[in-house]
Design a protein around this ligand. Structure first.
Ligand code: NAD
Length: 357
């Protein structure tokens, strides 16, 4: 297997990553390293207790917490949180949580240029990107800017130990989707491909063990390592059909984020395997051989992932409209996006049929 390309452009962000079980307790040193003195801690309402816990690690530099982070980063919440950050004269934001909390930290950074420390508690990977998705009046838009790229990430396996097994599996599939699509991205580099394969390898090896012993810090650590690699790929290369389908299903049909990624990924990879079998060969190799989409489908099934759009609440009569929306302004994709073929993909994903590619 070789990831060599005769021509490529590689870019990477200046991010400091601290890794280890219990690493969150060193956050005071990270705040000092930034030269900051007034930290605002962010969480969701569900993870509010983490805000209290984190304030004790901040070396006396926590000045407040905002615990209303919500899915898809609603602009009204971002505005309220930004006003609070200004009122407190915060000079750093600390986002403790999944992609929703990270999104709120990014939205504040966009408006204020404050530095961000992110402490992820899922595998979504947002902490490793300069991408921000925001929702206003029911419309989700996405921007990419160095202003929203977090400066420091602390990966602490003890924090994902509480992630329920079901969310662990779907969040892992969400992360693996960044890596799988990174393998055929037009702007991939040998480095992003190496990270993509190692990220998927980390999940392949650690996810079955985490399902057995969810609180084991060593295997949880390996899943976070996978999340970092997969998220870094997402931050460095463009995504294609799989992400377009998930954005359409989440944005227009309100399907849940990580679960939708988990159901769609094998089908999107099977669709694209027809066009770039050699670029997806590492996926087949990692997950037991055979067609890569089917290999991922079997891995997901064995991990207990949701396997159908039906169980996520998608109505069969909406599949045609989803195919229309997903093909109207498609992202670049290695295989031509054809409406009828996309409808067939969605129908197979709705019913939970094994992909053939
Ligand atoms: P999430 O952040 O919305 O979390 C879902 C729920 O799980 C929340 O209630 C949260 O409090 C809870 N939770 C999180 N970690 C937990 C833990 N360890 N234990 C128990 N409960 C926990 O979910 P997510 O999948 O991490 O993030 C999804 C959002 O992130 C979407 O809006 C998506 O668009 C965005 N996202 C953005 C990027 C990017 O680069 N901009 C990348 C990936 C995802």
């Amino acid at each position: 297997m070789s990831f060599f390309r005769e021509e490529f452009t590689a870019r990477s962000a200046a991010v400091r990553v601290r890794f280890g079980a219990g690493a969150r307790k060193t956050i005071g040193a990270e705040i000092e390293e930034l030269g900051a003195k007034r930290a605002l801690i962010l969480t969701t309402p569900h993870q509010q207790s983490l805000a209290e816990e984190f304030s004790t690690y901040c070396a006396g530099r926590a000045v407040g917490s905002y615990t209303k982070a919500a899915m898809h980063t609603p602009v009204d919440i971002s505005e309220e949180a930004t006003a609070y950050a200004r009122e407190l004269q915060a000079d750093v934001v600390i986002a403790v949580g999944g992609g929703s909390t990270t999104g709120l930290g990014k939205a504040i950074a966009l408006r204020t240029d404050l530095p961000q420390i992110v402490v992820p508690t899922t595998y979504a990977g947002s902490e490793a990107t300069g991408i921000l998705g925001q929702t206003e009046n029911g419309v989700k838009t996405t921007l990419t800017s160095p202003k929203v790229q977090p400066e420091i990430i602390i990966y602490d396996a003890e924090l994902v130990a509480t992630l329920p097994v079901g969310m662990t599996v779907t969040s892992a599939m969400n992360a693996m989707a960044h890596a799988a699509e990174g393998l055929y991205a037009r702007d991939r580099s040998p480095i992003t491909s190496l990270m993509a394969v190692e990220g998927m390898r980390a999940f392949r090896d650690s996810l079955p063990k985490v399902i057995e012993t969810p609180a084991d810090p060593a295997t949880r650590g390996e899943t976070l390592y996978g999340a970092w690699l997969c998220g870094t790929v997402l931050g460095q290369v463009g995504m294609a059909l799989h992400h377009k389908l998930c954005h359409t299903l989440g944005g227009s049909f309100d399907l849940p984020h990580a679960e939708t990624h988990a159901v769609i990924l094998p089908h999107a990879i099977a669709y694209n395997a027809a066009a770039v079998p050699e670029l997806l060969a590492p996926v087949a190799e990692l997950f037991g051989g055979g067609p890569p989409g089917l290999a991922l489908w079997t891995f997901a099934k064995n991990a207990g992932s949701p396997m159908t759009l039906r169980e996520l609440g998608m109505k069969p009569e909406d599949l045609g409209r989803a195919a229309d929306l997903a093909t109207a302004n498609p992202y670049w994709n290695p295989r031509l996006i054809e409406r009828e073929a996309i409808l067939a993909l969605l129908q197979a994903a709705w019913a939970g049929e094994a992909p053939t590619g």
